[in-house]
Design a protein around this ligand. Sequence first.
Ligand SMILES: *Cc1c(COP(=O)(O)O)cnc(C)c1O
Length: 459
Amino acid sequence: MVALATREIVRHVASLPKQPMHATGGGRKLAKSLRESLPETGEPFETLAKLLFSKLIPRTFNTASPGYMAYIPGGGLLHAAVANLIADSVNRYVGVWIAAPGLAQLEANVVQWLCEIVGYQGPTRPGGVLTSGGSMSNLIALVTARQTKLGDRFDDGVVYVSDQAHHSVLKAARFAGFRDDQVRVVATDARFRLSASGLREAIARDLHEGNRPFLVVASAGTTNTGAIDDLDAVADVAAGNALWFHVDGAYGGFFAMTARGKRALRGLERADSVTLDPHKSLFLPYGTGALVVRDAERLRAAHAMHATYLPPMQPDVDFADFCDLGPELSRDFRGLRVWLPLKLHGAGVFRAALDEKLDLAQAACEAIRQLPGVEIVAEPELSLFAFCLSREGMDARALDKLNRALMKDINRRQRVFVTGTMARGRFVLRVCILSFRTHADRVAMLIEDVALAVARAGA
Ligand SMILES: *Cc1c(COP(=O)(O)O)cnc(C)c1O
């Protein structure tokens, strides 16, 4: 079974560059044809593998392709899949330290490496927890901030986010028990960055009205246009008002491994907590997120709970019981799929790959900027930029239609896949270069396909 699966996987991955970018037409019919009741008897693995590899996997967005520049790519390193095979096969329990001290230490090492990347240093002991993704990390951060700053009564607490914050932050606020009117959405500047003066004014208003400001969430690379908030300026405001300072680095956080990224993310190390998403900018398969916090004790104080049927927990935060650091008790040994690739390759390989993405995004943006009628809406702060066609005197509706058609035309050739979003009320196209499989050859195809579509759109 493993041999057959491996053969199919190898064939699939080898053919990735040639596979189409998206093939989900007829999806409803396909989905309906698959419905069935609980099977009473089994079928051979060959049949089931064929269903997966021949029929279902091809009918998808090709998120692992080098041409996938849509949403936020990642790619899915195969080394992590091998780690998953091992972790799931031995099925050890790593949620409590005493059940697997050595394995828990590997996962704790991973968390400490992430703290290093963020730039955390004493005097408090930094720590964190691996999660299923950035949304869960943002939720854990919000609950930790709430417990630390407000305690059990928080109906007058106020959260500050920018109008470009990821919607998972708003979702997290709701899950953490806040009404929508306890979230202040602060305006952004011309580069889509949270306005520090706008933030200060909003806080002053709330204090005047007797509310309790307790948390500001900044973005280290927005999903929309890749904007990086002025983290130092936001940190100053947070410090001046005793707010918890959370940074959502789900897309951009790992660029702190590079020299340019570190400059762009200056102030990241001042955050009380940072969301990172190894399944984005560390290229791992979906299902791996992380939250790191400056003071691990805050995380534990917010989440630890006692139960008589559980084994004893460790009094020392250096020997982490992961179940005390988040909402999950039983979970996969997700540390291994971060640990194995980092140990196999070393951080340098990841740093170089991220540096390459920065170069590729710059090059793509410069080439697209030269095309007639194209406006760069957001420059690549990291590896994401946004552009659109602009036409003197054309009304907004017609312009949106033109740009939607442009996107469709670019994607029609099936060599690259880009998506769009709304920026300041306009539909714009965005390019996010983040797969470890994306190199200069594919970026050349992007430039060609955009140029062709722009030419066809006419002047
Ligand atoms: C993707 C993303 C999230 C959500 O992370 P998931 O891993 O998809 O849950 C949060 N914030 C930002 C900025 C993101 O790009």
